[in-house]
Design a protein around this ligand. Sequence first.
Ligand code: IMP
Length: 431
Amino acid sequence: MANVIIVGTQWGDEGKGKVVDLYARHADVIARFQGGDNAGHTLVVEGEQSIFHLIPSGILHDGKICVLGNGMVINPAVLIREIDDLRKRDLFPPHTRLCISDKAHIIMPYHRGLDSAREGYTKGTKIGTTEKGIGPAYEDKVTRTGIRLCDLLNDEVFKEKLVRNVEEKNFLLTERYGAEPCDRQQIYDEYRGYADRLRDYATDTSLVIRRAIEQGNNILFEGAQGGHLDIDHGTYPFVTSSNTVAGSACCGTGLGPTEIDAVLGICKAYTTRVGGGPFMTELTDEIGDMIQQKGKEFGATTGRKRRCGWLDTVLVKQSVRLSGITGLIVTKLDILTGLDRVKICVGYSLNGETYTEHVPADITNFEQCRPIYEEMDGWTEEIGEARTIADLPSGARRYIERLEALTGVGVIAVSVGPGREETIVVDHPFV
Ligand code: IMP
Protein backbone atom coordinates (compact mmCIF):
# COMPACT_ATOMS: atom_id res chain seq x y z
CA MET A 1 0.00 0.00 0.00
CA ALA A 2 1.07 3.60 -0.54
CA ASN A 3 -0.32 7.06 0.07
CA VAL A 4 0.84 9.27 -2.77
CA ILE A 5 0.22 12.99 -3.22
CA ILE A 6 0.37 14.60 -6.66
CA VAL A 7 0.84 18.36 -6.92
CA GLY A 8 1.63 20.88 -9.64
CA THR A 9 5.04 22.56 -9.42
CA GLN A 10 4.27 25.66 -11.48
CA TRP A 11 1.19 27.89 -11.86
CA GLY A 12 -1.30 25.10 -12.51
CA ASP A 13 -2.31 23.41 -15.76
CA GLU A 14 0.73 21.12 -15.65
CA GLY A 15 -1.28 18.20 -17.02
CA LYS A 16 -2.15 16.61 -13.68
CA GLY A 17 -5.35 15.07 -15.05
CA LYS A 18 -3.56 12.70 -17.38
CA VAL A 19 -1.05 11.66 -14.73
CA VAL A 20 -3.69 11.10 -12.06
CA ASP A 21 -5.72 9.07 -14.54
CA LEU A 22 -2.63 7.01 -15.34
CA TYR A 23 -1.87 6.17 -11.71
CA ALA A 24 -5.52 5.93 -10.68
CA ARG A 25 -5.87 2.43 -12.10
CA HIS A 26 -3.47 1.25 -9.35
CA ALA A 27 -5.14 3.28 -6.61
CA ASP A 28 -8.18 2.24 -4.59
CA VAL A 29 -9.04 5.75 -3.46
CA ILE A 30 -8.51 9.04 -5.32
CA ALA A 31 -9.04 12.16 -3.22
CA ARG A 32 -9.12 15.86 -3.98
CA PHE A 33 -8.19 18.08 -1.06
CA GLN A 34 -8.41 21.78 -2.02
CA GLY A 35 -9.83 24.21 -4.55
CA GLY A 36 -13.07 23.87 -6.42
CA ASP A 37 -14.30 24.23 -9.96
CA ASN A 38 -11.56 26.75 -10.71
CA ALA A 39 -9.62 23.60 -11.62
CA GLY A 40 -10.12 21.88 -14.93
CA HIS A 41 -8.66 18.50 -15.76
CA THR A 42 -8.71 17.51 -19.40
CA LEU A 43 -8.44 13.82 -20.18
CA VAL A 44 -8.28 12.13 -23.56
CA VAL A 45 -9.42 8.52 -23.40
CA GLU A 46 -9.70 6.54 -26.62
CA GLY A 47 -9.77 9.79 -28.55
CA GLU A 48 -12.61 11.26 -26.49
CA GLN A 49 -12.01 14.36 -24.42
CA SER A 50 -13.46 14.81 -20.93
CA ILE A 51 -13.05 17.88 -18.73
CA PHE A 52 -13.63 17.59 -14.99
CA HIS A 53 -13.72 20.52 -12.63
CA LEU A 54 -14.63 18.85 -9.35
CA ILE A 55 -14.74 15.09 -9.64
CA PRO A 56 -11.30 13.47 -9.27
CA SER A 57 -9.85 12.33 -12.59
CA GLY A 58 -9.79 8.74 -11.33
CA ILE A 59 -13.57 8.48 -11.73
CA LEU A 60 -13.18 6.80 -15.12
CA HIS A 61 -11.80 3.61 -13.55
CA ASP A 62 -14.22 1.06 -12.18
CA GLY A 63 -14.32 0.13 -8.52
CA LYS A 64 -12.62 3.24 -7.11
CA ILE A 65 -13.60 5.44 -4.21
CA CYS A 66 -13.48 9.08 -5.34
CA VAL A 67 -13.32 11.58 -2.50
CA LEU A 68 -14.00 15.31 -2.44
CA GLY A 69 -12.26 16.32 0.76
CA ASN A 70 -13.15 18.82 3.47
CA GLY A 71 -10.57 21.31 2.14
CA MET A 72 -12.55 21.87 -1.03
CA VAL A 73 -15.13 24.50 -1.89
CA ILE A 74 -17.89 22.91 -3.92
CA ASN A 75 -20.34 24.43 -6.34
CA PRO A 76 -23.18 21.89 -6.14
CA ALA A 77 -24.65 22.85 -9.52
CA VAL A 78 -21.34 22.06 -11.23
CA LEU A 79 -20.87 18.84 -9.31
CA ILE A 80 -24.36 17.55 -10.12
CA ARG A 81 -23.88 18.48 -13.77
CA GLU A 82 -20.63 16.48 -13.84
CA ILE A 83 -22.26 13.46 -12.21
CA ASP A 84 -25.21 13.58 -14.62
CA ASP A 85 -22.97 14.07 -17.63
CA LEU A 86 -20.80 11.10 -16.67
CA ARG A 87 -23.86 8.90 -16.19
CA LYS A 88 -25.39 10.02 -19.48
CA ARG A 89 -22.19 9.13 -21.33
CA ASP A 90 -21.90 5.81 -19.49
CA LEU A 91 -18.61 6.98 -17.95
CA PHE A 92 -19.61 6.51 -14.29
CA PRO A 93 -18.46 2.94 -13.65
CA PRO A 94 -20.95 0.78 -11.73
CA HIS A 95 -18.68 -0.07 -8.80
CA THR A 96 -17.23 3.39 -8.29
CA ARG A 97 -18.22 5.29 -5.15
CA LEU A 98 -18.27 9.06 -4.85
CA CYS A 99 -17.86 10.42 -1.30
CA ILE A 100 -18.16 14.10 -0.47
CA SER A 101 -16.95 15.47 2.84
CA ASP A 102 -19.83 16.84 4.87
CA LYS A 103 -17.35 19.50 6.07
CA ALA A 104 -16.57 20.81 2.58
CA HIS A 105 -17.76 24.37 2.04
CA ILE A 106 -20.47 25.18 -0.47
CA ILE A 107 -20.08 27.87 -3.10
CA MET A 108 -23.16 30.10 -3.17
CA PRO A 109 -24.36 32.49 -5.90
CA TYR A 110 -23.22 35.50 -3.83
CA HIS A 111 -19.68 34.12 -3.79
CA ARG A 112 -19.59 34.13 -7.56
CA GLY A 113 -21.24 37.56 -7.60
CA LEU A 114 -18.63 39.01 -5.26
CA ASP A 115 -15.74 37.39 -7.12
CA SER A 116 -16.83 39.02 -10.38
CA ALA A 117 -17.76 42.35 -8.80
CA ARG A 118 -14.39 42.69 -7.09
CA GLU A 119 -12.28 41.84 -10.09
CA GLY A 120 -10.96 45.15 -11.33
CA TYR A 121 -13.25 47.22 -9.06
CA THR A 122 -10.23 49.08 -7.76
CA LYS A 123 -7.82 49.95 -10.57
CA GLY A 124 -4.68 47.82 -10.67
CA THR A 125 -6.01 45.07 -8.41
CA LYS A 126 -7.34 42.62 -10.99
CA ILE A 127 -6.10 39.10 -10.20
CA GLY A 128 -7.67 37.46 -13.24
CA THR A 129 -9.59 34.92 -11.13
CA THR A 130 -11.77 32.27 -12.71
CA GLU A 131 -14.78 34.12 -11.19
CA LYS A 132 -16.11 30.86 -9.78
CA GLY A 133 -16.47 32.34 -6.29
CA ILE A 134 -13.47 30.48 -4.87
CA GLY A 135 -11.93 33.37 -2.90
CA PRO A 136 -15.21 34.59 -1.33
CA ALA A 137 -16.15 31.00 -0.35
CA TYR A 138 -12.81 30.51 1.43
CA GLU A 139 -13.27 33.94 3.06
CA ASP A 140 -16.52 32.75 4.63
CA LYS A 141 -14.82 29.57 5.79
CA VAL A 142 -12.13 31.58 7.58
CA THR A 143 -14.59 34.11 9.06
CA ARG A 144 -16.68 31.13 10.24
CA THR A 145 -19.82 32.14 8.42
CA GLY A 146 -19.57 29.60 5.59
CA ILE A 147 -22.15 26.99 4.69
CA ARG A 148 -20.78 23.44 4.72
CA LEU A 149 -22.37 20.44 3.07
CA CYS A 150 -23.67 19.27 6.46
CA ASP A 151 -25.31 22.70 6.91
CA LEU A 152 -26.93 22.47 3.49
CA LEU A 153 -28.33 19.09 4.49
CA ASN A 154 -29.92 20.48 7.65
CA ASP A 155 -32.87 22.62 6.60
CA GLU A 156 -33.07 24.70 9.79
CA VAL A 157 -29.37 25.46 9.89
CA PHE A 158 -29.28 26.19 6.17
CA LYS A 159 -32.18 28.65 6.38
CA GLU A 160 -30.63 30.50 9.26
CA LYS A 161 -27.17 30.73 7.69
CA LEU A 162 -28.65 31.77 4.37
CA VAL A 163 -30.56 34.67 5.93
CA ARG A 164 -27.44 36.03 7.60
CA ASN A 165 -25.24 35.57 4.58
CA VAL A 166 -27.60 36.99 1.99
CA GLU A 167 -28.20 40.05 4.15
CA GLU A 168 -24.49 40.76 4.44
CA LYS A 169 -23.54 39.84 0.88
CA ASN A 170 -26.35 41.82 -0.69
CA PHE A 171 -25.19 44.85 1.21
CA LEU A 172 -21.70 44.38 -0.22
CA LEU A 173 -22.92 43.59 -3.70
CA THR A 174 -25.24 46.57 -4.00
CA GLU A 175 -23.79 49.25 -1.72
CA ARG A 176 -20.12 48.59 -2.22
CA TYR A 177 -19.91 47.25 -5.76
CA GLY A 178 -23.08 48.50 -7.42
CA ALA A 179 -23.89 44.94 -8.51
CA GLU A 180 -27.17 43.04 -8.58
CA PRO A 181 -28.40 41.58 -5.26
CA CYS A 182 -29.16 37.87 -4.76
CA ASP A 183 -32.69 36.55 -4.23
CA ARG A 184 -32.77 34.58 -0.99
CA GLN A 185 -35.88 32.55 -1.77
CA GLN A 186 -34.57 31.62 -5.20
CA ILE A 187 -31.28 30.45 -3.69
CA TYR A 188 -33.15 28.50 -1.02
CA ASP A 189 -35.33 26.68 -3.55
CA GLU A 190 -32.40 25.92 -5.83
CA TYR A 191 -30.13 24.69 -3.05
CA ARG A 192 -32.82 22.52 -1.42
CA GLY A 193 -32.82 20.57 -4.66
CA TYR A 194 -29.05 20.23 -4.52
CA ALA A 195 -29.24 18.98 -0.94
CA ASP A 196 -31.56 16.17 -2.03
CA ARG A 197 -29.21 15.22 -4.84
CA LEU A 198 -26.04 15.25 -2.72
CA ARG A 199 -27.33 13.73 0.53
CA ASP A 200 -26.35 10.16 -0.32
CA TYR A 201 -22.76 11.12 -1.13
CA ALA A 202 -22.14 13.12 2.06
CA THR A 203 -19.98 11.52 4.72
CA ASP A 204 -16.99 12.03 7.00
CA THR A 205 -14.40 11.37 4.30
CA SER A 206 -11.52 11.32 6.80
CA LEU A 207 -13.01 8.02 8.01
CA VAL A 208 -13.24 6.73 4.44
CA ILE A 209 -9.53 7.45 4.10
CA ARG A 210 -8.71 5.91 7.48
CA ARG A 211 -10.55 2.69 6.60
CA ALA A 212 -8.71 2.53 3.29
CA ILE A 213 -5.37 2.89 5.09
CA GLU A 214 -6.32 0.16 7.57
CA GLN A 215 -7.21 -2.13 4.69
CA GLY A 216 -3.82 -1.53 3.06
CA ASN A 217 -5.28 0.31 0.06
CA ASN A 218 -3.40 2.60 -2.31
CA ILE A 219 -4.54 6.20 -2.03
CA LEU A 220 -3.84 8.97 -4.50
CA PHE A 221 -4.26 12.56 -3.34
CA GLU A 222 -4.91 14.78 -6.33
CA GLY A 223 -3.84 18.41 -6.00
CA ALA A 224 -5.39 21.19 -8.05
CA GLN A 225 -3.70 24.37 -9.34
CA GLY A 226 0.08 24.56 -8.74
CA GLY A 227 2.64 25.36 -6.04
CA HIS A 228 3.01 28.99 -7.06
CA LEU A 229 -0.73 29.64 -6.78
CA ASP A 230 -0.56 28.64 -3.09
CA ILE A 231 -2.16 31.26 -0.83
CA ASP A 232 0.88 31.26 1.53
CA HIS A 233 3.80 30.32 -0.69
CA GLY A 234 2.72 31.53 -4.13
CA THR A 235 3.19 34.81 -5.97
CA TYR A 236 0.75 36.66 -3.68
CA PRO A 237 -1.65 38.30 -4.44
CA PHE A 238 -1.71 36.59 -7.85
CA VAL A 239 -2.63 33.25 -6.29
CA THR A 240 -5.69 31.16 -5.58
CA SER A 241 -7.28 31.10 -2.12
CA SER A 242 -6.24 27.65 -0.93
CA ASN A 243 -2.99 25.93 -0.04
CA THR A 244 -1.85 24.00 -3.07
CA VAL A 245 1.36 22.50 -1.63
CA ALA A 246 1.42 18.83 -0.63
CA GLY A 247 0.87 19.49 3.09
CA SER A 248 -2.61 20.68 2.18
CA ALA A 249 -3.55 17.05 1.43
CA CYS A 250 -3.39 16.41 5.19
CA CYS A 251 -5.55 19.37 6.26
CA GLY A 252 -7.86 18.94 3.30
CA THR A 253 -8.71 15.28 3.88
CA GLY A 254 -7.73 14.42 7.45
CA LEU A 255 -4.69 12.37 6.43
CA GLY A 256 -2.03 12.30 9.14
CA PRO A 257 1.35 13.64 7.92
CA THR A 258 3.14 10.47 9.01
CA GLU A 259 1.05 8.46 6.53
CA ILE A 260 2.53 10.08 3.41
CA ASP A 261 4.73 7.74 1.37
CA ALA A 262 5.54 9.80 -1.71
CA VAL A 263 4.94 13.23 -3.20
CA LEU A 264 5.02 13.54 -6.96
CA GLY A 265 5.45 16.90 -8.66
CA ILE A 266 4.06 17.53 -12.11
CA CYS A 267 6.28 19.78 -14.17
CA LYS A 268 5.28 20.88 -17.64
CA ALA A 269 8.30 20.98 -20.00
CA TYR A 270 7.74 24.73 -20.27
CA THR A 271 5.89 27.25 -18.12
CA THR A 272 2.37 28.63 -18.46
CA ARG A 273 0.23 30.98 -16.45
CA VAL A 274 -3.40 32.12 -16.71
CA GLY A 275 -4.51 35.37 -15.19
CA GLY A 276 -2.31 38.21 -13.99
CA GLY A 277 0.99 38.27 -12.14
CA PRO A 278 4.70 38.32 -12.91
CA PHE A 279 6.07 35.61 -15.17
CA MET A 280 9.84 35.68 -15.53
CA THR A 281 10.26 33.47 -18.59
CA GLU A 282 7.17 34.60 -20.53
CA LEU A 283 7.65 34.55 -24.31
CA THR A 284 5.71 37.14 -26.26
CA ASP A 285 7.34 36.17 -29.56
CA GLU A 286 6.66 33.50 -32.17
CA ILE A 287 8.10 30.74 -29.96
CA GLY A 288 5.55 31.64 -27.28
CA ASP A 289 2.80 31.59 -29.92
CA MET A 290 4.01 28.23 -31.22
CA ILE A 291 3.96 26.71 -27.70
CA GLN A 292 0.53 28.21 -27.01
CA GLN A 293 -0.98 26.84 -30.21
CA LYS A 294 0.79 23.48 -30.39
CA GLY A 295 0.26 22.89 -26.68
CA LYS A 296 -3.41 23.96 -26.98
CA GLU A 297 -2.78 26.22 -24.04
CA PHE A 298 -6.27 27.43 -23.31
CA GLY A 299 -7.70 27.35 -19.78
CA ALA A 300 -9.93 24.29 -19.33
CA THR A 301 -12.18 26.31 -17.03
CA THR A 302 -12.32 29.77 -18.58
CA GLY A 303 -11.13 29.16 -22.14
CA ARG A 304 -8.60 31.97 -21.68
CA LYS A 305 -5.33 31.78 -23.62
CA ARG A 306 -2.54 30.72 -21.30
CA ARG A 307 0.63 32.82 -21.26
CA CYS A 308 3.60 30.62 -22.25
CA GLY A 309 7.34 30.70 -21.62
CA TRP A 310 10.53 28.72 -21.06
CA LEU A 311 10.91 26.23 -18.24
CA ASP A 312 11.67 28.07 -14.99
CA THR A 313 13.54 25.74 -12.65
CA VAL A 314 13.54 28.25 -9.77
CA LEU A 315 9.78 27.71 -9.57
CA VAL A 316 10.17 23.95 -9.74
CA LYS A 317 12.96 23.91 -7.14
CA GLN A 318 10.88 25.94 -4.71
CA SER A 319 7.96 23.55 -5.18
CA VAL A 320 10.24 20.55 -4.64
CA ARG A 321 11.28 22.05 -1.32
CA LEU A 322 7.85 23.20 -0.13
CA SER A 323 6.04 20.01 -1.05
CA GLY A 324 8.85 17.57 -0.25
CA ILE A 325 8.64 16.21 -3.77
CA THR A 326 10.21 12.76 -4.18
CA GLY A 327 9.76 12.33 -7.94
CA LEU A 328 9.04 14.59 -10.91
CA ILE A 329 6.75 13.86 -13.82
CA VAL A 330 7.46 15.89 -16.94
CA THR A 331 4.48 16.60 -19.18
CA LYS A 332 4.08 17.87 -22.75
CA LEU A 333 7.72 17.34 -23.70
CA ASP A 334 6.55 16.73 -27.29
CA ILE A 335 5.42 20.37 -27.60
CA LEU A 336 9.06 21.52 -27.63
CA THR A 337 9.94 19.20 -30.52
CA GLY A 338 11.09 21.19 -33.53
CA LEU A 339 12.97 23.90 -31.66
CA ASP A 340 16.67 24.07 -32.63
CA ARG A 341 17.62 25.67 -29.34
CA VAL A 342 15.83 25.61 -25.99
CA LYS A 343 16.34 27.68 -22.85
CA ILE A 344 16.02 26.78 -19.18
CA CYS A 345 15.81 29.50 -16.54
CA VAL A 346 18.22 28.66 -13.71
CA GLY A 347 17.94 31.83 -11.64
CA TYR A 348 16.83 35.45 -11.44
CA SER A 349 19.01 38.51 -11.05
CA LEU A 350 18.09 41.76 -9.38
CA ASN A 351 20.48 44.61 -8.52
CA GLY A 352 23.49 42.30 -8.43
CA GLU A 353 21.69 39.69 -6.32
CA THR A 354 20.95 36.23 -7.71
CA TYR A 355 17.97 34.08 -6.76
CA THR A 356 18.27 30.39 -7.63
CA GLU A 357 16.16 28.75 -4.94
CA HIS A 358 13.22 30.98 -4.24
CA VAL A 359 10.92 33.59 -5.68
CA PRO A 360 11.21 36.94 -3.85
CA ALA A 361 8.18 37.49 -1.61
CA ASP A 362 7.83 41.14 -2.58
CA ILE A 363 6.01 41.02 -5.90
CA THR A 364 7.47 44.37 -6.97
CA ASN A 365 10.97 42.90 -6.59
CA PHE A 366 9.96 39.79 -8.47
CA GLU A 367 8.59 41.91 -11.32
CA GLN A 368 11.94 43.64 -11.66
CA CYS A 369 14.03 40.46 -11.74
CA ARG A 370 15.63 39.29 -14.96
CA PRO A 371 15.81 35.58 -15.86
CA ILE A 372 19.20 33.88 -16.09
CA TYR A 373 19.12 31.27 -18.85
CA GLU A 374 21.07 28.24 -19.89
CA GLU A 375 20.71 27.51 -23.58
CA MET A 376 21.00 24.07 -25.08
CA ASP A 377 20.39 22.18 -28.32
CA GLY A 378 16.80 21.18 -28.87
CA TRP A 379 15.53 18.24 -30.94
CA THR A 380 13.54 17.85 -34.13
CA GLU A 381 12.66 14.14 -34.08
CA GLU A 382 9.06 13.25 -33.11
CA ILE A 383 8.98 11.65 -29.66
CA GLY A 384 5.36 10.43 -29.37
CA GLU A 385 6.41 6.79 -29.69
CA ALA A 386 9.20 6.89 -27.11
CA ARG A 387 8.49 4.50 -24.23
CA THR A 388 11.85 4.69 -22.44
CA ILE A 389 14.19 7.60 -21.77
CA ALA A 390 16.71 5.89 -24.08
CA ASP A 391 14.19 6.19 -26.96
CA LEU A 392 14.34 9.99 -26.72
CA PRO A 393 16.62 12.02 -29.01
CA SER A 394 19.77 13.24 -27.28
CA GLY A 395 18.53 16.86 -26.97
CA ALA A 396 15.37 15.75 -25.14
CA ARG A 397 17.38 13.41 -22.91
CA ARG A 398 19.79 16.18 -21.96
CA TYR A 399 16.83 18.46 -21.19
CA ILE A 400 15.43 15.91 -18.73
CA GLU A 401 18.86 15.28 -17.19
CA ARG A 402 19.41 19.01 -16.70
CA LEU A 403 16.05 19.36 -14.96
CA GLU A 404 16.98 16.52 -12.62
CA ALA A 405 20.38 18.04 -11.89
CA LEU A 406 18.97 21.51 -11.21
CA THR A 407 16.15 20.34 -8.95
CA GLY A 408 17.94 17.42 -7.30
CA VAL A 409 14.96 15.12 -7.93
CA GLY A 410 14.66 12.22 -10.35
CA VAL A 411 12.15 12.21 -13.21
CA ILE A 412 9.92 9.15 -12.85
CA ALA A 413 7.70 9.67 -15.89
CA VAL A 414 7.56 11.74 -19.06
CA SER A 415 4.43 12.45 -21.06
CA VAL A 416 5.18 12.56 -24.79
CA GLY A 417 1.62 13.00 -26.11
CA PRO A 418 -1.95 13.47 -24.89
CA GLY A 419 -3.05 9.81 -24.95
CA ARG A 420 -2.78 7.49 -21.94
CA GLU A 421 -0.27 5.28 -23.73
CA GLU A 422 1.99 8.15 -24.82
CA THR A 423 4.00 8.06 -21.63
CA ILE A 424 7.49 7.00 -20.56
CA VAL A 425 7.29 5.34 -17.15
CA VAL A 426 10.62 5.13 -15.34
CA ASP A 427 9.32 4.34 -11.90
CA HIS A 428 5.83 3.78 -10.52
CA PRO A 429 4.63 4.95 -7.10
CA PHE A 430 2.23 2.02 -6.65
CA VAL A 431 3.93 -0.97 -8.28
P1 IMP B 1 -9.26 31.76 -8.45
O1 IMP B 1 -8.71 30.45 -8.00
O2 IMP B 1 -10.43 31.62 -9.37
O3 IMP B 1 -9.53 32.69 -7.31
O4 IMP B 1 -8.15 32.49 -9.34
C1 IMP B 1 -6.94 32.99 -8.79
C2 IMP B 1 -5.77 32.78 -9.74
O5 IMP B 1 -5.51 31.38 -9.85
C3 IMP B 1 -6.01 33.26 -11.17
O6 IMP B 1 -4.79 33.74 -11.70
C4 IMP B 1 -6.43 32.02 -11.90
O7 IMP B 1 -6.17 32.09 -13.28
C5 IMP B 1 -5.55 30.99 -11.21
N1 IMP B 1 -6.10 29.64 -11.26
C6 IMP B 1 -7.11 29.13 -10.51
N2 IMP B 1 -7.33 27.85 -10.82
C7 IMP B 1 -6.43 27.52 -11.75
C8 IMP B 1 -6.13 26.30 -12.44
O8 IMP B 1 -6.73 25.24 -12.24
N3 IMP B 1 -5.10 26.36 -13.32
C9 IMP B 1 -4.40 27.49 -13.54
N4 IMP B 1 -4.64 28.64 -12.93
C10 IMP B 1 -5.65 28.66 -12.03
